[in-house]
Design a protein around this ligand. Structure first.
Ligand SMILES: NC(=O)c1ccc[n+]([C@@H]2O[C@H](COP(=O)([O-])OP(=O)(O)OC[C@H]3O[C@@H](n4cnc5c(N)ncnc54)[C@H](OP(=O)(O)O)[C@@H]3O)[C@@H](O)[C@H]2O)c1
Length: 257
């Protein structure tokens, strides 16, 4: 695989593009619909900015790193041929890349943002492909980018995606809400940062079983009730707190509340 064309200028394109260039592979261009976005990313990746509406350069692999809902639309506009066309969405099938013959997915199990470029070498890369050619091309790329590569078909990818949301997005939302509660008390949200960092590091190093502490794990219903009272004006958050506490209590044999 000599030439890769990257479509998209968002978070995935930024981080994946950086990892591709760093691995020594050649990006023939960065294609996007937004002029400023594609020029900025192309400059950063030392590549060429390409207007998505214009003819695209030849490539061995086209990576369609656009929003889930736009993948089919973008893929449908790509010229049919021998090129392998892949998207980067964990929970989406290969059929959105029809009518391309060689279709696939390369999905890093990581939360990707703008800002500092990330090292993806220890980030698991999930590959799925419609045929041998796409499979070889994507495995080759994945192994250049990461030391952890696995092949998963759609059903398993969707389950892993669900697990990824459970372990990453939902706790981050809880942290967002926790910071809001502190701000409302005119306290700096950074008060929680050491706790958050240590908890995540402990869970990652020793497993969630070791990392979990707190009232629900101890079966401390008095504290839980007090917290629920404090959340009287926050019905949504109160419900989340009650439900999660109930799940933890049950898991640790403290019975139903
Ligand atoms: N970020 C992550 O943590 C992460 C992790 C794993 C997988 N993914 C997957 O990576 C893919 C891209 O996500 P992202 O996080 O990079 O999203 P993003 O930051 O919101 O960027 C989305 C990109 O898609 C482009 N786009 C949207 N609609 C388009 C259309 N109709 N035609 C052409 N381009 C269009 C946007 O262009 P404009 O700027 O012009 O709107 C932008 O370049 C998704 O499939 C997502 O599931 C993301």
């Amino acid at each position: 695989m000599n030439n890769i064309l990257l479509i998209g200028t968002g978070r995935m394109a930024y981080q994946l593009g950086h990892a591709i260039v760093k691995s020594g592979l050649h990006l023939v261009g960065v294609a996007g619909r937004d002029l400023e976005g594609r020029e900025r990313l192309a400059r950063f990746l030392d590549s060429k900015a390409i207007d998505l509406g214009k003819p695209l350069p030849a490539a061995d692999l086209i990576l369609v790193a656009v929003s889930d809902d736009a993948i089919a639309e973008v893929a449908a506009k790509l010229p049919a041929g021998d090129t392998v066309v892949a998207h980067t969405a964990g929970a989406i099938g290969l059929e959105v890349l029809a009518p391309h013959q060689h279709r696939g997915v390369i999905w890093p199990i990581q939360s990707l943002s703008h800002g500092a470029p990330m090292d993806l070498r220890d980030v698991p890369m999930v590959v799925d492909a419609s045929d041998d050619r796409a499979r070889r091309t994507l495995l080759n790329l994945a192994k250049r980018l990461s030391e952890v590569v696995l092949e998963l078909a759609l059903e398993q990818r969707q389950r892993v995606h669900l697990a990824a949301v459970l372990t990453s997005n939902l706790p981050v939302w809880l942290a967002h809400e926790a910071q809001r509660l502190l701000r409302e008390q005119k306290l700096p949200p950074s008060l929680l940062t050491p706790l958050w960092k240590t908890t995540a590091a402990k869970a990652a190093t020793f497993g969630p079983e070791q990392a979990l502490t707190g009232p629900a794990r101890r079966g401390d219903t008095k504290s839980i009730q007090h917290h629920l009272d404090l959340l009287a004006n926050e019905p949504g958050l109160r419900q989340v707190y009650a439900l999660l506490s109930e799940q933890i209590m049950r898991a640790y044999g403290h019975g139903e509340r």
